[in-house]
Ligand binder design. Structure first.
Ligand SMILES: Cc1cc2nc3c(=O)[nH]c(=O)nc-3n(C[C@H](O)[C@H](O)[C@H](O)COP(=O)(O)OP(=O)(O)OC[C@H]3O[C@@H](n4cnc5c(N)ncnc54)[C@H](O)[C@@H]3O)c2cc1C
Length: 470
């Protein structure tokens, strides 16, 4: 594979090659790299691969850029009131700042305009095939990949092209994770996953049960507090509800200052704990269950309004759901409630339906890939996943540096193959390593990373490759 400095605008079907194993024709895209998805992670991958001289074909199943942040997209999980949870400076790409005039926590419409400007500024759209979904990615000899695409929705013929490398940037916040409950099928009320929640009008005047205390569940409970005739909020355990501001600063910025000063975890836990005691106070006084874990042991919930509305009697905290009946919901404490609408804010699962799960090291662990740095695939040096992280800050800078590292790895394969081989050994040895400090290893935290630890690990990997350059 050699980087191609010139602009490659030819259609993927341009150069026919030998047929695939099942007889389909395949066109050879030579040294070109295939990127799947044009959300934040895909865009930064296209940009960084181009800057390193590689030709790129990016396939995007939707008709525009922005991924999850493009509310026009079928699978977009954002709702009318979605704002960033991570603050602006910790979310923007390192080489493309958001405007200073924007708030600390911009609205999703601002995020979409940010991605559109990023795509235009770096002239990325010409490399993206919109309305085209990837349906299969298969390894072929020589560490190359056959990528089969079709028009989104299945119209028109399938088309297979052979690529030198593939980056999967398909996002992990679009395939709903739905719990199984006895009796749910018989329940006569309305049931939806948070992925279908778009507007507070869906809650207006109804008796609403929100299940789940992730950031989305808390947001929807707060909206239900203002719109619904009654709101129950069901959680399995007690959580720490952190305010979005501490000392007048976005909470992630205060946390980052402590991380930059290398304050030990125990001291940070103590400081965070006391900050919460001074601001939010004793949660059990509000009828919320006491957290069964220390701060920093679960993904941070940043919500300044949840406890406020509990204190105003507009949100009734309730325990886990035991089972559903035709018109009521039984809780684990034996109580029965009668919601008209149940919103499951129970998270998302990763899905790589176009790849054999074994390729990503998933040996039956419910779709959990086994990667190094959450990105690099043992045994497949020309395949990477970008954006498969859930940090305690914004994702975009992490996706950016993952893309830079993959681009430099592809270059090292040409210029210093022995360093690329050493990298490959590191990928195999380090697969499954975690960068999440004290956070518990549950399915909710499969992709959890502490951004400071994670960026340090990426930087080390970059230095190892850079040290190899002549
Ligand atoms: C309510 C909510 C709030 C959030 N708040 C924050 C926040 O404050 N900060 C933060 O950093 N993150 C936040 N996130 C996480 C969010 O997922 C990321 O910000 C971001 O969207 C990740 O970008 P991505 O490109 O990796 O994935 P996505 O944005 O999901 O983009 C993936 C793209 O791949 C395309 N695609 C998927 N499969 C295929 C296929 N087979 N073929 C072709 N194209 C395909 C999709 O159409 C999509 O455009 C939030 C998520 C939610 C749901």
């Amino acid at each position: 594979m050699s980087p191609s400095p010139e602009h490659d605008r030819s259609r993927p079907e341009a150069a026919p090659l030998a047929p695939t194993r099942d007889g389909r024709p395949v066109s050879d895209r030579g040294d070109t790299v295939c990127v799947i998805g044009a959300g934040a992670s895909g865009l930064t991958t296209v940009k960084n691969l181009r800057e390193h001289g590689f030709g790129v074909d990016c396939y995007e199943r939707e008709t525009g850029v922005g991924g999850a942040w493009n509310w026009r997209h079928d699978r977009s999980p954002v709702y009318a009131s979605t704002h960033l949870i991570s603050s602006r400076p910790f979310t923007q790409f390192p080489d493309f700042p958001m405007p200073d005039s924007w708030p600390d926590y911009p609205h999703h419409s601002q995020l979409l305009s940010y991605f559109e400007r990023y795509a235009d500024h770096f002239d990325l759209r010409q490399h993206i095939w919109f309305g085209t979904e990837v349906v299969r990615v298969e390894p072929v000899e020589g560490e190359r990949w056959d990528v089969t695409t079709r028009s989104t929705g299945g119209y028109g013929p399938e088309r297979t092209s052979r690529y030198a490398a593939v980056v999967v940037a398909n996002g992990h916040n679009w395939s709903p994770k739905l719990p199984r409950y006895e009796g749910l099928a018989e329940f006569r009320g309305e049931v939806m996953h948070a992925s279908s929640y778009q507007d507070p009008a869906q809650l207006r005047g109804k008796r609403v049960l929100v299940v789940g205390a992730g950031n989305t569940g808390c947001d929807i409970a707060v909206e239900a507090a203002q719109q619904a005739s009654h709101c129950w909020h069901s959680t399995r355990r007690g959580y720490w509800y952190a305010p979005k501001y501490v000392l007048g600063r976005p909470a992630d910025q205060v946390n980052d200052t402590l991380l930059a000063l290398r304050v030990p975890l125990r001291v940070r836990q103590w400081l965070y704990h006391w900050t919460l005691r001074l601001t939010v106070g004793d949660l059990t006084r509000f009828g919320l269950p006491a957290p069964d874990h220390r701060v920093y042991e679960t993904h941070p919930i940043a919500n300044s309004q949840l406890v406020y509305y509990v204190g105003h009697g507009e949100i009734a905290p309730v325990p886990d759901v035991a089972r559903f009946h035709d018109r009521t919901v039984e809780l684990t404490d034996g109580r029965r409630i009668d919601p008209e609408l149940v919103v499951f804010a129970t998270g998302y699962l990763p899905r790589f339906e176009f790849l054999d799960p074994k390729l990503l090291g998933d040996e039956g662990a419910e779709g959990r890939p086994r990667l190094w740095l959450n990105a690099f695939v043992p045994g497949h040096p020309t395949l990477a996943v970008v954006g498969l992280v859930q940090p305690d800050s914004g994702i975009f800078p992490l996706s950016h540096w993952q893309a830079v590292l993959f681009a430099r790895l592809l270059r090292a394969r040409l210029t210093r193959p022995e360093r690329a081989a050493a990298f490959a050994r590191r990928v195999t040895a380090g697969a499954g390593e975690r960068y999440s400090g004290a956070v518990k290893d549950s399915s909710r935290h499969w992709f959890e990373v502490g951004h400071a630890d994670y960026l340090r690990a990426l930087e080390r990997a970059l230095h190892e490759l850079e040290a190899s350059r002549k």
